[in-house]
Design a protein around this ligand. Structure first.
Ligand code: 2P0
Length: 331
């Protein structure tokens, strides 16, 4: 439907005449990490990061990225967790490519501190791009609404559009070619007892990034055709489970959704596999604990580590069953 736009045209349209005149010396912002309960895997437009399906996530409260940005005359200067990065660093080139979409002539000093554990396989690009957009909005005094901020964050990294909000967040896939209807909304729901933790299976670099992994899956996996229907079912079940605080319904739909996403990857040619032997050992331990009566479910993203879903009341039993658990839940 409609006409596709270039990323620069989307930005011009969203900014609607706002200027690049700083309103203050430095823009500052925080954005949370989000963990998808119903996953985003596959794009219908790679330039605009438009997804094939909607997705639904939970933001992790105070865990995320803190970003400060100030204009400079010289070259860009980028610090990550107090370490100055070189221009050759992939983090810097990705930031620069994104900032070029706004104004290629403007350079910045950027400080980002991420309290996402580096080895966690928790999507740090999502909180990073969301914090960057919020910091630009602060610097230039744009006062954009959350929908506009979500669209801008999506152009940096798809899942970043969900990190504009706390709580439960749905990224509505939209249908338009220009993606102006593809942004995140916060669900009118909360569930303070719901917890997320993670178990490290490996800190080794991933064999393939999620961007290339999802492209290969869409292009070559015979199972990908079934993915949109699976998402439609899981999304409905997860939204209902959140509304009713039905933990078993939530956990079972979220776990099945994550495993189905990985099944589409395994069927790609060549296969996209993030799993290691430790991943399988951990998943089997989760299933065994559940069989023995412990309410715990697993979810996984584009990496070998396993995230656990559980309720606050079961925390001590979960810690006893999984002593290696890192608790990251919003609390
Ligand atoms: C998600 N992931 O929903 C899914 C589950 C990984 C597995 O969003 O190319 O870094 O920047 O749009 O957002 C990771 O993909 O990809 C991701 P781009 P992104 O959380």
């Amino acid at each position: 439907m409609g006409c596709s736009l270039k990323p620069t045209e989307v930005i011009q349209s969203v900014l609607a005449g706002r200027t690049f005149q700083p309103a203050k010396a430095e823009g500052k912002a925080f954005a949370p990490v989000n963990i998808a309960l119903c996953k985003y895997w596959g794009k219908r437009d790679t330039a605009l990061n438009l997804p094939v399906t909607s997705s639904l996530s939970m933001s992790l409260g105070a865990i995320g990225a803190h970003t400060r940005i100030a204009p400079v005359d010289g070259p860009d200067q980028v610090w990550l967790n107090d370490e100055k990065l070189t221009d050759a660093d992939p983090f810097v080139s990705r930031l620069r490519a994104y900032l070029d979409l706004f104004d290629p002539a403007q350079h910045y000093t950027i400080h980002t501190a991420s309290d996402v554990p580096v080895a966690a396989g928790l999507a740090s690009s999502a909180s990073g791009f969301a914090a960057l957009v919020l910091a630009l909005d602060d610097l230039y005094g744009w006062s954009l609404d959350p929908t506009s901020l979500s669209i801008l964050a999506r152009l940096g990294s798809g899942s970043a559009c969900r990190s504009i909000y706390q709580g439960f967040v749905e990224w509505q896939a939209g249908e338009q070619a220009d993606g102006m209807d593809s942004y995140a909304v916060r669900l009118d729901a909360d569930w303070p007892a719901l917890r997320i933790g993670w178990i490290e299976c490996s800190s080794a670099p991933k064999p393939i990034g999620s961007r290339a992994g999802m492209k290969r899956t869409v292009e070559t996996s015979a199972l990908y055709a079934a993915w949109p229907d699976q998402v439609a079912r899981d999304l409905a079940a997860i939204k209902q489970a959140i509304a009713q605080h039905d933990f078993e319904a939530l956990g079972s739909a979220a776990e099945s959704n994550a495993l189905a996403m990985h099944a589409t990857m395994w069927a790609a040619r060549p296969p996209v596999s993030y799993w290691l032997p430790e991943t399988v050992v951990t998943l089997r331990a989760v299933w065994q604990a559940r069989e023995q009566g412990l309410p715990v479910y697993a979810t996984m993203d584009a990496g070998p580590n396993v995230k656990l879903l559980y309720l606050a009341d079961d925390r001590e039993r979960i810690r006893a069953a999984f002593p290696q658990l890192h608790e990251v839940s919003p609390a």
